[in-house]
Design a protein around this ligand. Structure first.
Ligand SMILES: Cc1cc2nc3c(=O)[nH]c(=O)nc-3n(C[C@H](O)[C@H](O)[C@H](O)COP(=O)(O)OP(=O)(O)OC[C@H]3O[C@@H](n4cnc5c(N)ncnc54)[C@H](O)[C@@H]3O)c2cc1C
Length: 166
């Protein structure tokens, strides 16, 4: 590669790559939270409008509680994402927080999407309502850029001091 195309100083490439991984995880966390919120928004509206046995389905706690839990989990993940982003902006170490944010947000998004599909019943499977697409998309932040298992491996080692498992 010609020298004029080199980014930064020679010999610091791996350090630069690592520096880019944490913001990627923070970004993916934000994406996951957006996916989860979009699914919840559709589900909440549907649960208000769809009437079965003379009442909106959202009046049933069996429908409402999974959505409420998903909302709480997404908000908590959002706070971890903002904590990681704040640390990164302050040039402070943020690897553990960035990984935790990605993990929490992706799992919360997946849970929100899954419950959104179930809230819409058969319509959850219909493309027109978009929740099946959001559920499929929620797998991307779960799998990439690192799987939930590998994120937990990282946190176990870096936050808890446990021996590296891989
Ligand atoms: C839409 C999408 C976009 C992507 N974009 C990029 C990109 O831009 N750049 C890039 O480099 N990669 C990209 N990837 C790849 C992604 O980072 C990998 O798919 C992901 O890290 C998982 O690696 P793998 O597919 O090799 O799975 P594997 O490493 O084969 O793992 C398979 C399963 O085994 C589990 N597993 C493996 N080892 C262990 C262990 N020691 N302990 C516990 N569980 C374990 C994993 O958690 C996973 O569940 C993308 C993937 C997708 C789906």
């Amino acid at each position: 590669m010609p020298e004029e195309d080199r980014i930064g100083e020679e010999g610091r490439g791996f350090e630069y790559i690592l520096h880019g991984l944490n913001p990627e995880r923070i970004l993916i966390a934000a994406e996951a939270i957006g996916i989860g919120r979009a699914a919840l928004c559709i589900a909440a509206q549907y649960a208000q409008e769809r009437v079965v046995f003379g009442r909106p389905i959202g009046q049933n706690q069996g429908v409402a509680h999974p959505l409420a839990r998903a909302w709480a989990n997404l908000e908590a993940a959002d706070l971890m994402m903002l904590k990681a982003a704040t640390l990164y902006d302050a040039h402070a170490p943020c690897g553990i927080e960035a990984n935790a944010a990605k993990y929490l947000a992706a799992e919360a998004a997946h849970d929100a999407c899954q419950n959104a599909v179930l809230t819409l019943g058969g319509m959850g499977y219909a493309k027109e309502y978009h929740v099946e697409r959001l559920l499929r998309e929620s797998y991307i932040p779960r799998i990439a850029p690192a799987s939930p298992q590998m994120i937990l491996n990282f946190i176990a080692e870096k936050a808890l001091g446990l021996p590296k498992s891989y």
